[in-house]
Write a protein that binds this ligand. Sequence first.
Ligand SMILES: C[S@@+](CC[C@H](N)C(=O)[O-])C[C@H]1O[C@@H](n2cnc3c(N)ncnc32)[C@H](O)[C@@H]1O
Length: 233
Amino acid sequence: MKKEWLISIKQRYERGSNDYDRTRAGWVSGCPFVMELGEIMKVLEGGSTLEVGTGTGKFVPHLNHLVGVDIALNSLRIAKRKGNSELICADAHNLPFRESVFHNIICSRSIKFFPSLYRAFSEMHRVLRSEGRAIITTDYCRDSPFYRLLVPRLYKKIKYERHYSLQDIYDNLGNMEMQWHKYFLALFPFLYEYAPRYLWTLLMKLDEYLRGVWGGWFVMVILTKGTSGKQVS
Ligand SMILES: C[S@@+](CC[C@H](N)C(=O)[O-])C[C@H]1O[C@@H](n2cnc3c(N)ncnc32)[C@H](O)[C@@H]1O
């Protein structure tokens, strides 16, 4: 099952990489991206950063000392053109690095494609330095009222993709500890994706208010190497 899942996702992103930046414009350069990057910049420490599921490299032009990992080689070829970074084709469940090497880990909108979130977190735990942080974001957050209203109706059967609530993420942490979380995109997400630039500031302010009321479609969590977290068996 795990192998079939990984092959299917790899094929999907090998095929889809050429169109990715155009069809996902909101997530790689639009209002949701600007919100995400702004939040990441606030918490990123100096030093090396590993991005797991780097895709076509939306962070490559913005971050120094970035090492990106993805299972889709075609996506990495596109990422390579965007700037200076080290890119490696590998699986998030089996990272090709020694222990405790990275100051930061970023994983944006990719955990929903991992057959074992628990295993991916334990790999992040292994390669993260003791004082390091992992910044994880994911869309299709099950805590959002829009998710609950729409997704079960629109997507009857979702294959090789798993959507998480904050509690689901917590349940898969292993030895990681959740330090902080924040919701984004409190309104229906397409509003942000297609919003013209002159509305971004207004949308961001409205979002800040509403996400405090009912949560959001996009969640960011910050994880640290825990000492009192649940043990990986
Ligand atoms: C929705 S895209 C997100 C890409 C990029 N982070 C972004 O936000 O534009 C998900 C990415 O995760 C990658 N991915 C999925 N499963 C993976 C795995 N097991 N190991 C490494 N990368 C994986 C896919 O190839 C794809 O590039």
